[in-house]
Design a protein around this ligand. Structure first.
Ligand SMILES: Nc1nc2c(ncn2[C@@H]2O[C@H](COP(=O)(O)OP(=O)(O)O)[C@@H](O)[C@H]2O)c(=O)[nH]1
Ligand SMILES: [Mg+2]
Length: 247
């Protein structure tokens, strides 16, 4: 058996783990301050996260549909997957919810996020059917610990949305987003994310309000050319220009 199918035991183990996976995670990844939190707020139509240039999302934060239109539930999970704290916020108490989440989700010197594995936020998001979740990740380009946290989470993905800020070298510096893209391709090649098809990855090029009109076409062309070289199945249909939170 080993001669015909080298590593067959490992392949079966991976396949089994994948089949038993209940959650479908659409991971929002990218460098810090690209606009990941802003994108999620816009997608779900609620200010769940506080977009901020100075404070980075420090915890994996999963947004799922609860079907309950009247409240938002937050659950904080520890590294052993135990619920450390849970709290529900009725409609109209979104500000308190944001403050509660900020304690766990935003990077602050006093935050003990090292003991927090992830945070779940459940609210009415009808387009998130079944167990599909949008997952906010710590960005790359901040602290090394957070980068490791994000990289370790990548194998949980069913699909990806990569967010780039056009103001920082088109959002495609060698050491930042490209590092994530290479890691995802490696996981895919090693069959560690079998459900994920690289043709489904979406790219959001954000902060286009900051680009001078005459630079637009040239910058757009450059971004697409660069993506073609670092993402083999790149299609121009899967890249979007946005200004999610213009000043
Ligand atoms: N000019 C501009 N600023 C934006 C845009 N989108 C987000 N921002 C700002 O960029 C900063 C970082 O955004 P955030 O969503 O926290 O980025 P994250 O670190 O990737 O989650 C915040 O101050 C946002 O208000 C945009 O389209 N244009
Ligand atoms: Mg963020």
């Amino acid at each position: 058996m080993n001669t015909c199918f080298p590593n067959f035991e490992e392949e079966i183990r991976k396949g089994k783990a994948d089949l038993s996976r209940k959650d479908l995670c659409v991971i929002i990844a990218g460098e810090t301050s690209a606009g990941k939190s802003t994108l999620i707020n816009r997608l779900v139509g609620k200010q769940i996260f506080t977009p901020d240039v100075s404070e980075t999302t420090s915890t994996i934060c999963r947004v799922r549909n609860s079907g309950n239109k009247n409240q938002i539930e937050c659950k904080i999970f520890g590294t052993d997957n135990q619920v450390l704290e849970e709290k529900s916020f009725p409609k109209g108490f979104e500000v308190s919810m944001k403050e509660f989440l900020q304690e766990y989700v935003d990077e602050r010197p006093a935050t003990s996020s090292i003991y927090i594995d992830h945070v779940d936020v459940s609210l009415s998001v009808p387009f998130l059917k079944g167990n599909t979740m949008i997952v906010n990740t710590p960005g790359i380009g901040g602290s090394k610990d957070l980068e490791v946290k994000m990289m370790e989470y990548l194998p949980n993905a069913t699909s990806f949305v990569f967010v780039m800020s056009v103001v920082s070298a088109g959002g495609l510096q060698e050491d930042r987003l490209i590092k994530i893209l290479q890691e995802v391709m490696k996981l895919h090649d090693d069959q560690d994310i079998p459900c994920f098809d690289p043709r489904d990855a979406l790219f959001v090029s954000n902060k286009w309000d900051a680009v001078h009109k005459e630079q637009c076409e040239k910058t757009w062309r450059k971004i697409q050319e660069k993506l073609k070289t670092c993402w083999p199945s790149f299609s121009s249909e899967n890249v979007f220009r946005t200004a999610l939170d213009p000043p």
